[in-house]
Each structure stands twice: as C-alpha cells, then as structure tokens.
Design a protein around this ligand. Structure first.
Ligand code: EPZ
Length: 417
C-alpha cells in the first residue's frame, strides 16, 4: 500500500481550493440515519476512510447503502436486523460508538464494542452510557461489548459531567425517539452538533437549543428519512490556512464556514496573517515569518484541540517562544518528537509544549502517529528545506479528502509513493 508521501519543501502555497464536507459532522449524521424511517440522502460527503468505515458498519447491520453522484450517500436503515457494532470495526474508528444511541432508540437493543483507547488518549465513553441509563436503558458490559436494552427510552434531564461532543450527539439522537422531553445540560456546542440537529429536525425531530449548553428535545414516535447537505469541514479549512501561513503564501478557500473558526482565525491574525472573509470565502495572505502565538485548547468556541498539532508546526519556525497547552487529551503531542527530528526545538512538560522558534526546519524521514499529527508533519514538510518523507500516511486519509491533490493544486510538490 503506498503509505508514504514525499514533500519537496520551500514552495509558497498560492491559489484557490474548495472546502470538503466535515468529517465530524458526517459521522454522527450517518449514524443518525438509523432513527429515520425510509431513505436519507446525505450530500457534500467527504471521501474519507472514516466515512467508508461508517458506511460498512451500517451495511453490516443490514442498512441499504447507495453511493450516488459526487459521493452523495443514500442510506435506508429499515432493514437493520443486526444492531451490532463489532470490535473489528469499532477498534478502527471510535466514532462507531455513535451507533449506540440510535440503535437503542429505534430497535430497543444495541451491542457495541467498547472502543478502547486510541493514540491520543483513553477516550472514555462513560458519559454516553450514563446518559442512556438516565433515559432508562439497561446497560451491561460483557466480553468487551456494551449491551444496551430499552423498551422505549424515557425523556429525562441529563447533566453532562464533562463537555463531550460525541456524548452529546449520541444522547441527542437517542432523545429524538424517547417518550417525553429530554434536557441535555452542559451539552457540547460545537458546530457539528448544530449540523446534526439540523438534519434530525428535518426528519421531524423537535429540538431547541442546539449550539447552546442546554438542548431540549421533545421525543417523537417516528422520524422520516430526508435529505441533508453536510456543513464544511472547519478543521480541514484551518489546516490549509496554517499550511498557507507557514509557506508565506496566499490562498483562498471557497465554500468555507468562517463563523465556526473565530478562535483559529484570531490566532492566525496574531501570527501575522492577513485574513479576508467574503461570505463563504476565506483568503489568507502571509508575507513574514510567523509571530509566536500561545494556544490553550478547550471546547468550542475556544481554540479546538484538532488544530493544536498544526499550530505546533507553525510556531516551530516562529520568531520567538510560544506555549501550547493541550487540555482535552492526555497524549496529543506525539507529533513533537517528529517535528524535533526536522530541527524544531519543542519541549513537552505535562500538557504543555514549549516551542522555541528556529530559523528553518530541515526535511527528514518522519512517521505519522494519528490524524492531526500527520497534518502537522505535512505542514512542517511544506516549509522545510529539502525533502520530507512522511511514513504511515494512511492516518491522514481518515480526515482529509485528497490532501496531496489539493496541496499540489496550490503549488506544493508532493508525491505519494
Ligand atoms: C470529538 O471526539 C471529535 N471526534 C474529535 O476529533 C475531537 O478532538 C473531540 O470531539 C474534541 O473536540 C468526532 O467528532 C468524531 P469528547 P470525542 O468526547 O467526542 C472526555 C479528530 O481529530 N470524555 O468531546 O470522542 C474525554 O476524555 C477527532 O477529528 C469523558 O470523560 O471527544 C476528553 O477529555 C480527534 N467521558 C473530553 O471528554 C466520555 O464519556 C472531550 O472528549 C466522553 C468524553
């Protein structure tokens, strides 16, 4: 499998690309098709490995999946006869846990493998389980599987101990078919939660407050499958903007969503970039070495953890010292060792990375460890002198649609080998 890309660094990125659909919106939305009777038609779906995995999971259960033109996906869940998410699938994609809520809500039964940890952290799902138990689901864990049963979930008041994106999404979907009203307090307010709520409402769900920390859901007997166009991917957009900034480039991204990226755009401006927004188009121009910017990750609308690794690369060649604090995941600095092999001076102390900017990075063979770490290494390779070989590049295909094609369209020199 061609699992390496070779980047010839030092080329300014210039030109225009179009944003793809959001991975972290399409995954809960595909899971949510389970609660709708009849076919749903999901448009603007990014061609990602994780989307393929989610489609395979639904098909494995018995749903009928059709891939339409432009990678649209039609899902008819009415023939689901096996509400099981097996270990083999869940271990490759944690977002499979998003099938739990919809399956219990519609079928009264679900058997979903515990996802286990992943490279960036333990990734517990205790709050997903606790919320479903509050709604009356009987849940046991046997042989590494969550077994959940409920004649019909009951609308309840659920106070989330921590802000969890997929935890909020799992419970939001389940509550749409529960009996009575559910209130989810301390809910995640990420834009992807809002996009999911938009799709559920279009299926007939009654939801108020999506995008705030209090979401009210009036449960229904049935929901009807419908069409939905997935929102743009704000993390893909942010990643390309950082790539343009580190190469002192000038790029324009169309079909973007600037209002979901305020914290990232603000940090790029602090780093010295000039950003112009015109409706759904974002332009970034950079004509200087980056100014170091301190980053503190936190739930939306604060700076997103999914953009932390990318800013480690940008700060690596900044004119001074910066500190990046990762507050969500306990092991999300695995890109640092690889960046240091390219000549960066980054020192990790607990959940903080102290970055002393250097004049330049040098190309080197490096290895990706997780999705956003691989993006960080590609960004560093674009700016480095010489060639950078990024091994285990399959991680990047989980979350970025045709990344080397888009970067080469902007003037990068990348080949996959
Ligand atoms: C979602 O993961 C995203 N994935 C992640 O994107 C993203 O980094 C994360 O939200 C934070 O924004 C999808 O949407 C598919 P969390 P999720 O539950 O929902 C703790 C990427 O790169 N927690 O919001 O799994 C947890 O340990 C991926 O695209 C519990 O304690 O993250 C963490 O500290 C990586 N118990 C915090 O909450 C629970 O039951 C936030 O995690 C659930 C979570």
């Amino acid at each position: 499998m061609n699992n390496k890309i070779i980047i010839d660094g030092g080329n300014r990125l210039q030109g225009t690309i179009k944003a793809s659909g959001a991975k972290n919106a399409v995954l809960p939305i595909l899971a949510a098709t389970i609660v709708g009777q009849g076919e749903s038609h999901i448009s603007h779906v990014p061609h990602l490995h994780d989307v393929t995995t989610m489609n395979e999971l639904l098909a494995q259960m018995g749903a009928h999946i059709t891939i339409g033109d432009h990678a649209d996906i039609m899902v008819n869940p009415d023939n689901i006869i096996d509400p099981v998410a097996p270990y083999e699938t869940v271990k490759t994609m944690r977002a499979s846990i998003l099938a739990l809520g919809p399956l219990v809500a519609r079928h009264g039964y679900a058997k979903v493998s515990l996802p286990g940890g992943c490279q960036i952290g333990a990734r517990p799902i205790d709050l997903h389980i606790k919320g479903l138990q509050t709604m009356g689901a009987q849940i046991t864990v046997e042989d590494g599987y969550i077994l959940a049963r409920a004649k019909r979930l009951k609308g309840s008041r659920i106070i989330m101990d921590k802000v969890t994106v997929t935890g909020t999404e799992n419970l939001l979907i389940a509550a749409c078919l529960a009996e009575g009203e559910t209130l989810i307090e301390n809910a995640a307010i990420e834009p992807e939660v809002v996009d999911l709520a938009k799709y559920l409402s279009a299926m007939g769900a009654e939801i108020r407050g999506a995008g705030t920390s209090k979401i009210y859901i009036q449960g229904k007997e049935t929901l009807i499958g419908t069409q939905h166009t997935v929102m743009p991917d704000r993390i893909e957009i942010g990643t390309f903007l950082v790539a343009a900034a580190i190469t002192q480039g000038d790029i324009t991204i169309t079909e973007a969503c600037s209002d979901d990226l305020d914290a990232v755009l603000s940090k790029l401006t602090d780093a010295g970039a000039a950003i112009t927004i015109d409706g759904s188009t974002i332009r970034l121009q950079m004509n200087q070495k980056p100014i170091p910017v301190d980053i503190y990750t936190a739930p939306h609308p604060a700076f997103p953890t999914d953009m932390q690794a990318q800013f480690c690369a940008l700060n690596a060649i900044a004119d001074g010292t910066s500190v990046i604090t990762e507050n969500l995941f306990e092991n999300r600095f695995m890109h640092v060792d690889e960046l240091n092999r390219m000549g960066a001076h980054i020192n990790v102390e607990g959940n903080r990375a102290i970055i002393k900017g250097v004049d330049h990075l040098s190309g080197a063979p490096v290895t990706a460890t997780d999705l956003r770490a691989s993006a960080s290494l590609v960004i560093a390779g674009l700016a480095a002198r010489g060639h950078t070989d990024v091994h285990d590049i399959h991680y990047i295909d989980r979350g970025y649609e045709a990344i080397e094609e888009k970067l080469n369209q902007l003037g990068a020199k990348i080949i996959r080998s």
